[in-house]
Design a protein around this ligand. Structure first.
Ligand code: GDP
Ligand code: MN
Length: 398
């Protein structure tokens, strides 16, 4: 789960990272009021969206008067900000963050990520802040400092000092840098984050180390033990399909293809997507409805998959181990009778009571396409989708 910049700054500040003074606003008037509260005569207005690259896309504006703040935010509110990280549809701007502008001498990149190879938290830093890390690694790979943290002891002071020296931070600021690095690491560990990124971390003209930007992401499976983090969720920034799924307790990832998938078990769902691709199709989603595929869950899954307007065929793939195919078949039939769908539905059942399950599907009178193996199911789904598409084009041509 991602959070907003202002939320990440609030969290990191509690862990000892220094951030600029700022205030949140939901309207241009409030933004101007926040500037007055902060004082001074130069402010930065920042669109709060779950994406980086805002600066280049017009989501970060330097303003010299309250009037300029009103103008800048009038343009932002209600707009979609399109950055290289949002995709072409962009992300809605409903909040802006106003900060007192800061003069700085140097911009540093600082990131904390999980390194799968070493199975540790890795610190990635560069003296070339301001650019995205992808750009830095393409243009100045030699400037990147990497350091993994031994989990048993955490980020040690000597290690943080080493990073500070490697970045060329003046020795008078080493202590501040150590505090910043250790604060980020503790926030990462204690809150089950998957990413902490400060870009840029700046050395200000009055010799302070300050986080001008902040980004944090959290492990969704650990949110239950961090209610204060869980409540920072902003659904306006999420893929609406995934937000709906999370609300229904279904593990769903939206993709760009046309064949909707309803599967029990994450591994089987992955295999189903692979097989669809092998058969020449593109999956519209990953969906694991869990082990107990009750009629209610199956019905929920159909509604969710069908809410994606790109879906032109649905493949249901259930392996019943503890579950029973006849119950699942009953669920599919009930779900389709209650909420008929206008795309071909392909069902492959395997496991306990598979014959009874097949009978229920056959007797239902519904136009369900049945398949015995996963490959067969995927091929039938791709064929059904292609036929459906041809028919639709013909209809449009007429
Ligand atoms: P991003 O583009 O989404 O990563 O947004 P950032 O918060 O990183 O802002 C983009 C750029 O705006 C930064 O790299 C800075 O160069 C600049 N910027 C942000 N805050 C300030 C500030 O307080 N003072 C000045 N002078 N520049 C700032
Ligand atoms: Mn940034």
């Amino acid at each position: 789960m991602d959070i907003h910049e202002y939320q990440a700054k609030e969290i990191l500040a509690k862990f000892g990272v220094t951030v600029p003074q700022g205030g949140l606003a939901y309207s241009p008037e409030q933004a101007a009021y926040r500037a007055r509260e902060l004082g001074g005569d130069r402010w930065i207005v920042k669109a709060q969206v779950h994406a980086g690259g805002r600066g280049k896309a017009g989501g970060v504006k330097l303003c010299n008067s309250e009037h300029e703040i009103q103008d800048a935010t009038n343009e932002m509110f209600g707009q979609k900000l399109v950055t290289h990280q949002t995709g072409p549809e962009g992300k809605g701007i409903y909040r802006v963050y106003v900060e007192a502008a800061v003069e700085f001498d140097r911009e540093i990149y600082l990131g904390f990520v999980l390194d799968r190879q070493s199975q540790r938290v890795m610190i990635v830093a560069s003296s070339e802040g301001g650019m995205e890390i992808e750009e830095i690694s393409a243009q100045r790979p030699d400037s990147i400092v990497r350091s993994t943290v031994e989990p048993a002891v955490g980020l040690q002071e000597f290690q943080a000092r080493e990073i500070s020296f490697a970045l060329g931070i003046p020795s008078s600021l080493t202590q501040q840098m150590v505090r910043t690095l250790q604060g980020c690491y503790r926030a990462f560990r204690e809150l089950d984050a998957t990413m902490v990124e400060i870009n840029p971390l700046v050395v200000t003209s009055d010799s302070r180390i300050l986080a001008l930007d902040a980004k944090m992401a959290f492990d969704g499976n650990a949110l239950f033990r961090h209610p204060h983090v869980a409540e920072l969720r902003d659904k306006s920034q999420e893929d609406p399909r995934e937000a709906r799924a999370a609300d229904r307790g279904l593990a769903y990832i939206g993709l760009t293809g046309n064949i909707g998938c309803i599967v029990n078990g994450a591994g089987l769902a992955m295999a189903t997507m692979d097989t669809i691709k092998l058969a020449g199709g593109e999956p519209a989603n990953f969906l694991d409805i869990g082990g107990g595929a009750t009629p209610e869950r199956v019905a929920k899954a159909f509604r969710l998959v069908m809410s994606d307007e790109n879906v032109q065929a649905i493949l249901v793939n259930i392996f019943a181990g503890i579950n029973r195919c006849d119950w699942v078949a009953e669920g599919v039939v009930q779900a389709l009778k209650a909420n008929p769908v206008d795309v071909p539905v392909i069902v492959r059942l395997a496991g306990t009571n598979v014959e009874e399950g097949q009978k229920i599907l056959a007797k239902s009178g519904l136009p369900i396409i049945r398949a015995n193996s996963l490959m067969e199911a995927a091929e039938r789904a791709v064929t059904a989708w292609q036929n459906d598409r041809k028919q639709n084009t013909k209809m449009r041509a007429v």
